[in-house]
Design a protein around this ligand. Sequence first.
Ligand code: HEM
Length: 125
Amino acid sequence: MKQLETRDDVEFLVNKFYEKVGADKTIGFFFNDVAKVNWDLHLPKMYGFWESLLFGSASYKGNPMRAHFPINEMQAMEKHHFEQWLKLWIKTLEEHFEGEMAEAAKTKASNIANLMAHKMKMARR
Ligand code: HEM
């Protein structure tokens, strides 16, 4: 088990996470069928996002919430989807990393997932 401390660690974590996500029965279809994600573009964005969030590196410039509204319009993103997303994120972290930064990655993901679930629900009213 190792500490989560470098850009390489973040890339490894994100790759492992989206391997699980893409194959997941509950949320995989959002990426594969609804958004038809270009992984070659999505993964580097997510490396930057997490690097910025954890290490304050400013490598992500974007709006993480905004990207999800059009997906939510095509296919409702509901609470149980976010719960599954978070479960996979925590599982991936616990399989590979320990320590303060790994814990921060869980807390930050949980906060954003909860906020996002709320915003998606409000947008569907
Ligand atoms: C069920 C939950 C979720 C689903 C199905 C989902 C799905 C997606 C999809 C399909 C994209 C667009 C990919 C593309 O076409 O390029 C995306 C982008 C993104 N997602 Fe999620 N997402 C979920 C939760 C989250 C959470 C909880 C976070 C943050 C902790 C997050 C962070 C991001 C970011 C940063 C982007 C890139 C936005 C940009 O274009 O700058 N997502 N997501």
